[in-house]
Design a binder for this molecule. Structure first.
Ligand code: DGT
Ligand code: CA
Ligand code: CA
Ligand code: ZN
Length: 587
């Protein structure tokens, strides 16, 4: 039975951000200026990156304090105030009268966008993906002026993409709330141990569902507690040892409770992956053992041998315990048996970030905010890498602006001890493989990144040649987000990655592991292949546009672990002097 939460909840940053984003989308549909549309999306993105609750900010300093949130102007601040104080926003409601709600979903289909979505709605009254699919099957869309057979095909492909990508949730949407609940459980005297399990514990880039595990001698108290925590929006099912809730962020979360003797076996089992478990069961069988979520048993006597900790479970099978991130049955079991598991990179090994945007281009914060955040994160260096001028939609820097920025960076390096601010730039690889500036400009920078931001539809050959040309440019140190994919929105562009890996390794060019949670680009399997087959080296970068995003480094490191990377493979783990030397080597 579902029990609805009784009291009206205090509004969260995520809810505010979602409403602002939706306003942006709706303004886009009704044809408002891109300036206003982007203002709302920018404010939403900034609020998502805040480490403090907007509600608190407001309680402390009213509407004036809201205006100090980067990206939030006086107009938006007033809207947020209304939302906080009344729980409603008439402006938002009015817009919803003008724009049918599902249309905002339609415009998210790749290849559609606000203009086409609106046209389809106006001509055929279609608002849902279902309706759209049906209309496509009946070739209704061809009747709309400007829509041809090709458009239909594109939209159909877009729908398939959209549906496939929306089945799973981003790790970053699941992880914070799961961790919060695990912490809460651990604080309870009647809970012995608690942890995440499943793909979430393995830190996969997307998550099917959220599995949590705990151990206790008083399971009913754990279940009672779980369904009453503040994160609960409503309870789906409550059992004696397993309950499911829907959290306020809309995600389903399952918690199991087992006895302390079973905890290790259960954690091992529910962490998976399934192929890893199947392989493990095979190994157990060959040793006359049986392994399941309750423990490891002697088949002959049916006696339970171990199960309290994961280490015991792996130990009795004659193995070291592989990190959850690599439990995919891709060689970790063999390595664990032969006691040659690599020492994977850890968040603590990271000494800085190579890719951060500021107000100077399309970021939200001042350079100094970024420096402060880097200090808070315990970094030894930080690279300021705004866009360069050819990406004018992102407010890229001219050489003159770059000079100005270099002076400011020099000044800040005087001001701050214990951290080095490196000058960088994210240049744009154009359709021919050229980047914004030549040696006279790029030569002044400590680090130069180069990324593809457009022309994704070139042929595989063209795209590959284009990127390799950038890799061969002696001033380019790091290739940004090498496949261009955006999880849930855009597939990777077609490129010959093997050729790219080979060129990168051959020239001393680092490949980015973009840690932004909807990119994670390069992804786990590519990292491993690039390292093992080609000897590539990597830079883990957050690509933060708000300082709050700089904490996404954690997802980058988790992905690096999934790619079996060690500190040696990752530029961020070296001393600053060393890094500078390595970067200069290419020139
Ligand atoms: P997901 O949720 O799709 O992102 O992926 P997982 O890995 O979290 O999978 P899930 O939630 O279906 O199951 C959690 C873990 O339970 C899984 O990683 C391994 C274990 N498990 C599930 N089904 C089986 C099974 O049929 N055999 C074995 N050996 N283990 C299983
Ligand atoms: Ca799962
Ligand atoms: Ca599950
Ligand atoms: Zn960037």
């Amino acid at each position: 039975m579902a029990e609805r939460a009784q009291k009206r909840e205090e509004i969260s940053n995520e809810e505010i951000a979602r409403i602002l984003d939706e306003i942006g989308d709706m303004l886009d549909i009704i044809g408002e200026s891109t300036f206003r549309v982007r203002a709302y999306h920018k404010a939403a993105s900034s609020i998502r990156g805040l480490t403090k609750s907007v509600l608190e900010v407001y309680k402390e300093g009213g509407v004036k304090a809201l205006e100090t949130i980067p990206g939030v102007g006086s107009h938006t601040a007033q809207r947020i105030e209304q939302l906080i104080t009344t729980g409603r926003l008439p402006y938002y409601d009015e817009l919803k009268q003008k724009v049918p709600a599902p249309l905002t979903e339609l415009m998210n289909i790749p290849g559609l966008g606000p203009k086409k979505a609106k046209k389809i709605y106006d001509a055929l009254g279609i608002m849902t993906i279902e309706g759209l699919t049906k209309a496509l099957e009946e070739h209704q869309l061809e009747k709309i002026p400007g829509f041809g057979h090709k458009t239909e095909e594109n939209i159909l492909r877009g729908i398939r993409q959209f549906q496939k990508m929306h089945e799973r949730i981003l790790l970053s949407d699941a992880y914070p709330v799961a961790r919060e609940i695990v912490e809460l459980l651990r604080q309870q005297p009647f809970v012995e141990r608690a942890n995440t399990a499943g793909s979430l514990r393995r830190m996969k880039e997307t998550i099917g569902d959220i599995d949590l595990l705990s151990s206790s001698n008083e399971p009913s108290r754990v279940m009672d507690f779980f369904i009453s925590i503040p994160q609960v929006a409503y309870v789906l099912a409550k059992g004696e040892t397993k309950s499911s809730i829907v959290a306020k962020n809309g995600l389903q979360i399952d918690l199991r409770v087992v006895s302390p003797e079973q905890y290790g076996a259960a954690l091992q089992y529910f962490t998976g992956s399934k192929p890893h478990n199947i392989h493990l069961r095979d190994i157990a069988r060959k040793r006359g053992l049986k392994i399941n979520e309750y423990g490891v048993f002697d088949v002959a006597t049916d006696k339970r041998l171990v199960g309290r900790t994961e280490e015991e479970v792996y130990g009795i099978l004659g193995m070291d315990t592989p990190r959850p991130a690599i439990r995919e049955d891709k060689g970790e079991i063999e390595a664990a048996m032969e006691r040659r598991l690599p020492r994977l990179i850890e968040l603590e090994d990271i000494k800085g970030d190579f890719h951060v945007h500021t107000k100077w281009s399309d970021g939200i914060n001042d350079i100094e905010d970024v420096v402060q955040m880097a200090i808070n994160l315990g970094y030894k260096f930080i690279v300021i890498s705004d866009h360069a001028e050819k990406l004018y939609v992102a407010g890229g820097l001219t050489p003159e602006e770059m000079e100005e920025q270099l002076q400011l960076i020099a000044m800040l390096n005087q001001k701050y001890d214990g951290i080095e601010i490196l000058s960088g730039m994210e240049t744009n690889i154009d359709n021919e493989g050229n980047v914004d500036f030549g040696p006279e400009v790029l030569g002044k920078l400590d680090v130069v990144l180069a990324s593809i931001h457009g022309g994704f539809r070139q042929s595989k050959d063209q795209l590959t040649r284009r990127m390799i040309k950038a890799i061969e440019n002696p001033y380019i140190n790091i290739i940004g987000h090498p496949t261009g994919r955006i999880l849930g929105q855009r597939p990777p562009y077609e490129i010959d990655l093997r050729a790219v890996f080979k060129a990168a390794a051959g020239t001393g060019t680092f490949l980015e592991l973009n840690a932004y949670p909807n990119r994670l680009d390069l992804k786990d399997d590519h990292l491993r292949e690039a390292k093992e087959e080609y000897g590539c080296k990597f830079a883990i970068d957050t690509d933060a546009h708000v300082v709050g995003h700089m904490v996404y480094m954690e997802y980058g490191v988790a992905t690096a672990q999934r790619g079996w990377l060690t500190t040696e493979d990752v530029l961020n783990t070296y001393e600053v002097l060393e890094i500078k030397k390595m970067l200069r080597q290419k020139r």
